[in-house]
Design a protein around this ligand. Structure first.
Ligand SMILES: [Zn+2]
Length: 160
Protein backbone atom coordinates (compact mmCIF):
# COMPACT_ATOMS: atom_id res chain seq x y z
CA UNK A 1 0.00 0.00 0.00
CA UNK A 2 2.84 2.37 0.72
CA UNK A 3 3.75 4.06 -2.50
CA UNK A 4 7.34 5.27 -2.80
CA UNK A 5 7.69 8.97 -2.54
CA UNK A 6 10.07 10.96 -4.60
CA UNK A 7 13.20 11.84 -2.67
CA UNK A 8 12.29 15.49 -3.12
CA UNK A 9 9.29 15.67 -0.83
CA UNK A 10 10.29 16.37 2.73
CA UNK A 11 8.06 14.46 5.07
CA UNK A 12 8.33 13.45 8.68
CA UNK A 13 7.38 10.98 11.35
CA UNK A 14 7.30 12.55 14.81
CA UNK A 15 7.67 10.45 17.91
CA UNK A 16 5.38 10.50 20.94
CA UNK A 17 7.10 13.53 22.47
CA UNK A 18 6.72 15.72 19.44
CA UNK A 19 2.97 16.13 18.97
CA UNK A 20 3.10 19.91 18.92
CA UNK A 21 5.95 19.88 16.46
CA UNK A 22 3.94 17.58 14.17
CA UNK A 23 1.06 20.04 14.31
CA UNK A 24 3.31 22.94 13.40
CA UNK A 25 4.96 21.07 10.58
CA UNK A 26 1.48 20.49 9.17
CA UNK A 27 0.69 24.20 9.48
CA UNK A 28 3.82 24.79 7.41
CA UNK A 29 2.45 22.34 4.85
CA UNK A 30 4.62 19.32 5.54
CA UNK A 31 3.39 15.77 5.63
CA UNK A 32 4.08 15.03 9.30
CA UNK A 33 2.84 11.78 10.80
CA UNK A 34 2.74 11.29 14.53
CA UNK A 35 3.01 8.09 16.53
CA UNK A 36 1.65 7.96 20.04
CA UNK A 37 4.22 5.43 21.09
CA UNK A 38 7.44 4.21 19.49
CA UNK A 39 6.51 1.60 16.93
CA UNK A 40 9.27 -0.22 15.01
CA UNK A 41 6.91 -1.23 12.19
CA UNK A 42 5.83 2.34 11.71
CA UNK A 43 9.43 3.50 11.75
CA UNK A 44 10.33 0.89 9.13
CA UNK A 45 7.49 2.03 6.88
CA UNK A 46 8.46 5.64 7.42
CA UNK A 47 11.97 4.85 6.27
CA UNK A 48 10.66 3.21 3.09
CA UNK A 49 8.65 6.37 2.47
CA UNK A 50 11.79 8.50 2.93
CA UNK A 51 10.31 10.14 5.99
CA UNK A 52 12.66 11.92 8.33
CA UNK A 53 12.11 10.45 11.77
CA UNK A 54 12.11 13.05 14.53
CA UNK A 55 12.68 12.00 18.10
CA UNK A 56 13.46 13.48 21.52
CA UNK A 57 15.12 10.25 22.57
CA UNK A 58 18.94 10.13 22.33
CA UNK A 59 19.19 6.37 21.91
CA UNK A 60 16.58 6.30 19.16
CA UNK A 61 18.29 9.12 17.33
CA UNK A 62 21.11 6.70 16.50
CA UNK A 63 18.66 5.03 14.09
CA UNK A 64 19.48 5.69 10.50
CA UNK A 65 17.50 8.68 9.17
CA UNK A 66 16.36 9.77 12.62
CA UNK A 67 16.99 13.32 13.78
CA UNK A 68 17.33 14.22 17.45
CA UNK A 69 15.32 17.25 18.53
CA UNK A 70 16.85 18.87 21.60
CA UNK A 71 14.60 21.73 22.56
CA UNK A 72 11.39 21.44 24.59
CA UNK A 73 9.79 24.41 22.85
CA UNK A 74 8.08 24.03 19.56
CA UNK A 75 9.39 27.22 17.98
CA UNK A 76 12.97 26.34 18.90
CA UNK A 77 12.37 22.82 17.62
CA UNK A 78 11.37 24.27 14.26
CA UNK A 79 14.49 26.42 14.21
CA UNK A 80 16.61 23.37 15.02
CA UNK A 81 14.99 21.51 12.19
CA UNK A 82 15.40 24.39 9.76
CA UNK A 83 19.14 24.24 10.47
CA UNK A 84 19.46 20.64 9.27
CA UNK A 85 16.59 20.19 6.81
CA UNK A 86 15.70 22.45 3.91
CA UNK A 87 12.25 23.53 5.03
CA UNK A 88 11.84 25.97 2.17
CA UNK A 89 11.44 23.16 -0.36
CA UNK A 90 8.18 21.71 0.91
CA UNK A 91 6.88 24.89 2.47
CA UNK A 92 3.19 25.37 1.66
CA UNK A 93 1.64 26.96 4.74
CA UNK A 94 -2.01 26.38 5.51
CA UNK A 95 -2.45 23.68 2.88
CA UNK A 96 -2.85 20.80 5.33
CA UNK A 97 -5.11 19.92 8.25
CA UNK A 98 -3.08 20.44 11.42
CA UNK A 99 -5.06 17.69 13.17
CA UNK A 100 -5.21 14.88 10.58
CA UNK A 101 -2.28 15.69 8.29
CA UNK A 102 -4.54 15.60 5.20
CA UNK A 103 -4.29 18.08 2.37
CA UNK A 104 -7.14 20.60 2.47
CA UNK A 105 -9.64 21.01 -0.35
CA UNK A 106 -10.98 24.36 -1.46
CA UNK A 107 -14.70 24.82 -0.78
CA UNK A 108 -17.01 27.61 -1.85
CA UNK A 109 -18.33 30.21 0.57
CA UNK A 110 -21.86 28.98 -0.02
CA UNK A 111 -20.96 25.44 0.95
CA UNK A 112 -19.71 26.51 4.34
CA UNK A 113 -22.31 29.19 5.06
CA UNK A 114 -24.15 27.16 7.67
CA UNK A 115 -20.94 25.76 9.11
CA UNK A 116 -19.03 28.91 10.05
CA UNK A 117 -19.97 31.93 12.18
CA UNK A 118 -21.97 34.54 10.27
CA UNK A 119 -19.26 37.15 10.75
CA UNK A 120 -16.69 34.81 9.26
CA UNK A 121 -18.93 34.08 6.31
CA UNK A 122 -19.41 37.83 5.72
CA UNK A 123 -15.78 38.78 6.00
CA UNK A 124 -13.87 35.87 4.45
CA UNK A 125 -13.59 35.03 0.77
CA UNK A 126 -11.79 31.72 0.79
CA UNK A 127 -12.40 28.55 2.70
CA UNK A 128 -10.92 25.10 2.66
CA UNK A 129 -11.94 21.86 4.29
CA UNK A 130 -10.20 18.77 5.56
CA UNK A 131 -11.60 15.75 3.67
CA UNK A 132 -11.11 13.59 6.74
CA UNK A 133 -12.34 15.50 9.80
CA UNK A 134 -14.33 18.11 7.76
CA UNK A 135 -12.83 20.95 9.79
CA UNK A 136 -13.18 24.27 7.92
CA UNK A 137 -10.19 26.58 7.57
CA UNK A 138 -10.06 30.26 6.69
CA UNK A 139 -7.68 33.15 7.09
CA UNK A 140 -8.70 34.49 10.47
CA UNK A 141 -6.69 36.30 13.09
CA UNK A 142 -5.12 33.01 14.15
CA UNK A 143 -3.87 32.70 10.60
CA UNK A 144 -2.13 36.08 10.82
CA UNK A 145 -0.41 35.13 14.05
CA UNK A 146 0.62 31.79 12.63
CA UNK A 147 1.91 33.50 9.47
CA UNK A 148 4.23 35.66 11.54
CA UNK A 149 5.60 32.67 13.40
CA UNK A 150 5.99 30.76 10.17
CA UNK A 151 7.89 33.59 8.50
CA UNK A 152 10.44 33.73 11.31
CA UNK A 153 11.10 30.03 10.91
CA UNK A 154 11.51 29.98 7.17
CA UNK A 155 13.47 33.21 6.92
CA UNK A 156 14.93 33.88 10.39
CA UNK A 157 16.77 36.92 9.04
CA UNK A 158 13.43 38.61 8.47
CA UNK A 159 12.32 38.38 12.10
CA UNK A 160 11.77 41.74 13.75
ZN1 LIG B 1 -8.59 17.08 9.51
Amino acid sequence: MSEMRSGQATCFLCDQNLGRLARWLRILGFDAEYMQSWNEERVKTARLENRIILTRNHSLASHESAVLVRSDHVQEQLHELAASVDLKAGYRPFSRCCVCNNLLEAVSREEVRSLVPEYTYQTQERFSRCPSCTRIYWKGSHHDRASRIVSTIVSPGMAT
